[in-house]
Design a protein around this ligand. Structure first.
Ligand SMILES: *Cc1c(COP(=O)(O)O)cnc(C)c1O
Length: 222
């Protein structure tokens, strides 16, 4: 089932769009089924759950963290994480940089934007990112690499609203790309789109979709 779901999803999307299989709430057996189809990129939103699963799974999985990361947990993920998509404050970025420096790693990060209408504590505004992107401090952070932006649209059936939010995120990406990350080829990712809205996201320029329920089925809330 899981293998069919992945295969049919990948048939529907351009091959240039990366799929993060969001395995939160699913046991390692399901993740292994996806892995055995050749899929390697998985995402979790909770550090504890990620840590308990990853030791039971093959070492060549590329783990993406997609949920809020508390600074006191940074040291647990930095040794192995492939990408932190949910960098939502300068304080967190600093903590990642410091932890990565200590172990000689460079961590790929996305800046998470707050684009939905729902109140959320997490995510940058474009003004905050402009300030960060132009700062000397960012230029000195050698152990993080900003690879693009990430955002979650409002949870609604109104696909025009969702489309506008994705358009906005992509316009932020383009502005940053032109003004601040001009000569940085790795600044290339726009992570947007989940099971309910990935088609719209891809139409609006997504390069990474984060898909849970379409691959694994509806999750039990834990
Ligand atoms: C759970 C989650 C997803 C995947 O959601 P689905 O609707 O199950 O595809 C994507 N992104 C984030 C940040 C999530 O927490």
């Amino acid at each position: 089932m899981i293998s069919d779901n992945i295969a049919s999803l990948k048939r529907q999307i351009p091959s240039s769009v990366k799929v993060v299989a969001v395995s939160k709430g699913w046991p390692v057996s399901g993740i292994l089924e996806a892995y055995n189809t050749g899929h390697r990129i998985f995402g979790e939103n909770r550090v504890q759950e990620l840590l308990s699963k990853k030791d039971l799974l093959p070492g060549d999985i590329e783990w993406h963290l997609i949920g809020h990361l508390q600074t006191n947990k940074v040291k647990h993920v930095v040794p192995f994480i492939s990408m932190i998509q949910s960098v939502d404050s300068i304080r967190l970025l600093r903590a990642v940089n410091n932890a990565a420096l200590k172990i000689n790693r460079r961590i790929d990060c996305l800046l998470q934007f707050h684009i939905a209408e729902e109140q959320s504590k997490y995510g940058f505004t474009m003004d905050e990112v402009r300030e960060l992107a132009g700062s000397d401090e960012l230029a000195r952070m050698e152990a993080v690499r900003i690879c693009g932006v990430m955002g979650m649209a409002t949870f609604t059936d109104d696909m025009e609203q969702v489309r506008d939010e994705f358009k906005y995120l992509n316009s932020c990406y383009r502005e940053l790309s032109e003004k601040f990350f001009t000569d940085q080829e790795h600044f290339s990712e726009v992570s947007m789109g989940m099971s309910g809205d990935y088609t719209v996201a891809i139409e609006e320029g997504s390069t990474i979709i984060r898909i849970g329920s379409i691959i694994f089925g509806r999750r039990q809330e834990i």
